[in-house]
Design a protein around this ligand. Structure first.
Ligand code: CU
Length: 349
């Protein structure tokens, strides 16, 4: 029944179009070709103006509608600089965009074909061309130089007292490792990776004896934090959107990013007016079937709270089952190890 109804509507629409075409042909004959063309141009000009108005209403509506879903204020020191560059670029290019689009549509309407007007041949104007080349070039250079200035500031070496955390991506979860009391991350060997030793930690390396692999990431507010990002299989992307931190996790090549968290989770709950707010580490690289589920909870707290939390964590080696065949199951396997099939072959660390 529905199909029949749709077919009926389509036939009706086709016949309406056909009738309109026929009528306009008759009108052309009655009015004369020139007048008919003039009328058509008027209508098309008005349609362009209407489209422009609807276009700007649409843009304004979508900005207002999606505003509540925008990221809140940056929770890191450098994030504020990134936001400022974004906003500056958006304002400069936005003004140009609005002005050029309005001019474009108004010109289409104003200078529509008219039998009383002759086209004006105006091949070149060096002065005008210089103006519209040099002014945008100055603005673009300003944006690029500002961006570069902040980029160099953001990517310079982390302070010596920065807290170091290693985060390894794998299909499909993140594994965070804290250095423990000795402040050193132990050696790893990808050939030693097993279900019980998920990072292939070298058990002969003393530095590994106190390394901690917790199920969530904890940062200290106001403390520089350096993340060493690795991947155990394919390319992932370490993304902390609230901190404006984003860097690829590449198999075989550790990447690093350092930043300073500005607000604790509690403070951010007040800023966002959302008592359930939580920071989150996501994967921003489509890395396979369960990519969407690749995330980790992140908490920012005071140094005292952090110290308390870390003192409650057990070193990972203590949770690794002994090699004996009667070994008891692992007591505290970190994070929800995914239920999805695991990639059998580990490419690199
Ligand atoms: Cu991923």
């Amino acid at each position: 029944m529905t199909t029949l109804l749709i077919a009926g509507i389509v036939i009706l629409l086709i016949s309406i179009v056909f009738q309109i075409a026929k009528t306009s042909e008759m009108v052309t004959v009655l009015k004369g070709a020139d007048q008919a063309r003039q009328d058509t141009n008027n209508v098309i000009g008005m349609i362009f103006l209407g489209f422009m108005v609807l276009f700007f209403i649409g843009i304004t509506w979508s900005v207002i509608h999606f505003m509540p879903h925008f990221l809140p204020e940056s929770a890191s020191v450098h994030g504020v600089w990134i936001d400022n560059i974004f906003n500056m670029t958006l304002v400069v290019t936005g003004i140009v965009f609005v002005l050029t689009q309005i001019t474009l549509f108004i010109f289409v309407y104003k200078y529509r074909e008219n039998k009383n007007r002759k086209a004006f041949f105006y091949p070149e104007n060096h002065k005008l061309e210089l103006i519209w080349t040099i002014i945008p070039a100055i603005f673009m250079a300003g944006l690029v130089v500002t961006g570069l200035f902040y980029w160099l500031k953001i990517t310079k070496d982390a302070p010596a007292d920065a807290m170091v955390i290693e985060v390894t991506g794998k299909q499909f979860n993140w594994i965070a490792r804290y250095p423990g009391k000795d402040g050193k991350l132990g050696k790893r060997d990808f050939t030693a990776i097993t279900d019980n030793n998920i990072l292939g930690m070298d058990l002969n390396d003393k530095a590994n004896s106190d390394d901690i692999i917790p199920t969530e990431l904890h940062f200290v507010v106001g403390k520089a934090t350096k993340i060493i990002v690795r991947s155990r299989d394919v390319m992932h992307n370490f993304d902390l959107p609230h901190f404006r931190v984003k860097i690829d996790a590449v198999p075989g090549i550790p990447t690093t990013f350092w930043f300073t968290p500005k607000y604790t989770t509690e403070e951010m709950r007040k800023i966002t007016n959302n008592p359930k707010f939580n920071y989150e580490l996501a994967c921003a690289q489509i890395c396979g079937q369960s990519h969407y589920a690749m995330k980790m909870a992140v908490k920012v707290e005071t140094q005292a709270d952090f110290d308390k939390w870390i003192s409650e964590q057990k070193p990972y080696v203590e949770t690794i089952a002994p090699a004996a065949p009667t070994a008891a199951p692992v007591a505290a396997e970190p994070a929800a190890e995914e239920k999805k099939p695991e990639v059998k072959k580990t490419a690199a660390l």
